[in-house]
Design a binder for this molecule. Structure first.
Ligand code: ADP
Ligand code: MG
Length: 255
């Protein structure tokens, strides 16, 4: 059987003496969008950071596309930390979008989208620019290539951040409350881009407080509390076509 794209098994993580992840398990199939909700402090961001290899985990396993994140299995199944190059390689396969966009302020929009392609992946500048312009068009910002981040609205900046992550051709996209910092009138344009992306078959984990979006765009919905996944919504439709008028999904309220 095909491996899931992301598989977390019984992941534990503490900061000092403070346990933050207390046995998180989650499977994300290829092409699936999982939305994650839960109260502040429940470990959502930490979990995404562990998948992205920005944090090391204390126990459990995380696999992306079948490959252990952060560790290799040595003799007798003992785990050894990966070296820096391997960690960088794993990180480059995952796209992450943060609440506060985190664009490079001194670079144009196009430079933001091409920089990592050129520096990390070694793509030729002309090719990186062609990819970048296509992605900017996909997020509705073809005409902003030469602008600087400060000249854009928050919604536009977040769409650039999404294009920048996609430019690395990631296996998985992680979104950490991508609309929480936006004025309400700008939330919709960013959610529309994420929804379009879900329909392309990208594998995604979206931490969000947007209940309507999570129910409509997510193939499944997960609740986290106190460092655990406490509830899992319906399993995915494998059918990635946009929902028909009569959506066959079971409403979330039904048991
Ligand atoms: P969420 O994203 O669900 O709001 P977080 O993963 O950000 O939750 O945080 C979970 C808990 O871990 C919180 O209690 C937070 O204070 C703590 N925490 C997060 N990052 C750190 C850190 N770098 N050092 C110490 N504690 C942290
Ligand atoms: Mg958070």
């Amino acid at each position: 059987m095909e491996q899931p794209m992301v598989r977390a098994d019984n992941v534990h993580k503490s900061y000092g003496a403070t346990p933050v992840l207390n046995g998180v398990s989650l499977t994300v199939e290829r092409g699936e969008t999982v939305c994650v909700m839960g109260p502040s402090g429940s470990g959502k961001s930490t979990f995404l950071r562990c998948i992205h290899n920005l944090e090391t985990i204390d126990a459990g396993r995380i696999r992306v596309d079948g490959e252990l994140v952060g560790y290799r299995e040595g003799r007798g199944g003992r785990l050894q930390h990966l070296g820096g190059r391997e960690v960088c390689r794993q990180r480059s396969q995952i796209g992450m979008v943060f609440q506060h966009f985190n664009l490079f302020p001194h670079m144009t929009v196009l430079e933001n989208v091409t920089a990592a392609q050129i520096r990390v992946k070694g793509v030729r500048p002309g090719e990186a620019e062609a990819t970048g312009r296509k992605l900017l068009a996909d997020v509705g910002l073809a005409n902003k290539a030469g602008s600087y981040p400060r000249q854009l609205s928050g919604g536009q900046q977040q769409r650039v951040a999404i294009a920048r992550a996609l430019a690395m051709d990631p296996k998985v996209m992680l979104f950490d409350e991508p609309t929480s910092a936006l004025d309400p009138e700008l939330v919709g344009e960013v959610l529309a881009v994420i929804r379009d992306l879900a329909r392309t078959g990208m594998t995604m984990i979206v931490v969000t407080h947007e209940t309507g979006f999570a129910r409509e765009a997510g193939d499944s919905l997960v609740f986290m509390d106190e460092g655990r996944v406490v509830e899992v919504g319906p399993r995915p439709r494998r059918d990635r076509r946009p929902p028909a008028r009569e959506d066959p999904r079971v409403p979330l309220d039904d048991p």
